[in-house]
Ligand binder design. Structure first.
Ligand code: ADP
Length: 298
């Protein structure tokens, strides 16, 4: 079982020739709407990986129903997705023809998760269950979730994304920290280290926080630091079309594969992430378990 306590957004993606400069008005070729938010994307990835997934979060009372339905359509349990007086979180994603993007996120209901729902979901976990957190909801809510799940004996995975900016953003009771290079750098600074490159930083952050650490490196795969040993897991070579949600796919697959030896779980997650970058879109680009199995067999 995988429980995600995190963000759910209504994403609007706009495709345009070039990103607008300040003061400029530009026309977009097309607009598309989809489910998004790191929490929701990771829940979808874990569900497609075959896990039984519960999504704990908050959406707007007025506008949240389509988001809840999109999660439920993936087989995700939405019984603890609460309805807020605030509007659902939103993200506006601008994508230009060079593959550059600019993203604006309005947290909305994600800033007001219900503590009672978080406590209920996390107290119900058992050893063998996995809690997944990101950094798109208040750190205090993530800390409550981590402390409660940890006391219940569950494994806590924290994907510190987007990069935390203050020491108060750090979450305790974490078993595994998952970051990309930029987030690793940010976490290293917050715990008082001078960044010295991914390999050294992964080891230093693991020692300082007392957690295992996985750092994703895009096309170069991932670094895994567990029990004092560092392993590099390569990603398959693919033609990247759209890297959106590669990280979320990786984390969701990793959480769903937690029962495997860590290096095997990371290999699976790296393959799933690589498949996601070969396709357009966020949640739509997340591969199914069958597709990943096919890739592993190849
Ligand atoms: P984020 O999107 O959070 O910055 P990364 O870019 O590190 O995360 O990507 C996460 C994972 O997705 C990588 O560890 C890798 O397995 C896969 N991936 C991402 N980009 C590529 C790529 N260009 N080629 C192959 N795999 C990729």
């Amino acid at each position: 079982r995988v429980t995600v306590v995190g963000s759910v957004n209504a994403d609007t993606s706009l495709r345009l020739a070039a990103l607008p400069r300040p003061g400029e008005t530009v026309l977009a070729r097309e607009a598309s709407a989809s489910l998004g938010g790191k929490g929701a994307n990771q829940a979808v990835a874990a569900a497609r990986a075959g896990a039984h997934v519960t999504m704990v979060g908050a959406v707007g009372r007025e506008d949240g129903e389509p988001l809840a339905q999109a999660l439920a359509a993936e087989g995700i349990d939405t019984g603890l997705l609460t309805r807020s007086e605030r509007a659902s979180g939103r993200a506006l994603v601008l994508l230009d023809d060079d593959g550059e993007n600019s993203i604006i996120v309005v947290p909305g209901a994600n800033a007001a998760l219900d503590d009672a729902a978080v406590r209920q979901a996390c107290a119900d976990l058992s050893p063998g269950d996995v809690l997944v957190l990101q950094h798109e909801i208040p750190a205090a809510t993530s800390r409550l979730a981590a402390a409660t799940a940890s006391a219940a004996g569950a494994t806590v995975i924290w994907n510190a994304a987007p990069a935390p900016a203050h020491a108060a953003d750090l979450v305790e009771h974490v078993d595994l920290l998952v970051v990309n290079e930029h987030e690793l750098d940010a976490v290293a600074r917050l715990v008082g280290l001078r960044p010295a490159g991914p390999e050294a930083d992964v080891a230093a952050v693991a020692a300082r926080l007392g957690t295992d650490v996985v750092c994703t490196l895009g096309a170069a795969g991932a670094l895994v630091h567990r029990d004092g040993a560092l392993v590099r897991v390569p990603a398959p070579v693919v033609t990247a079309v759209d890297t959106t949600a590669a990280g979320d796919t990786f984390v969701g697959y990793l959480a769903a594969s937690w029962h495997l030896p860590l290096a095997d779980a990371v290999r699976r997650a790296a393959l799933a992430g690589a498949l996601a970058v070969t396709r357009q879109g966020a949640a739509t680009s997340i591969p199914t378990r069958a597709e990943v199995e096919l890739g592993l067999a190849a």
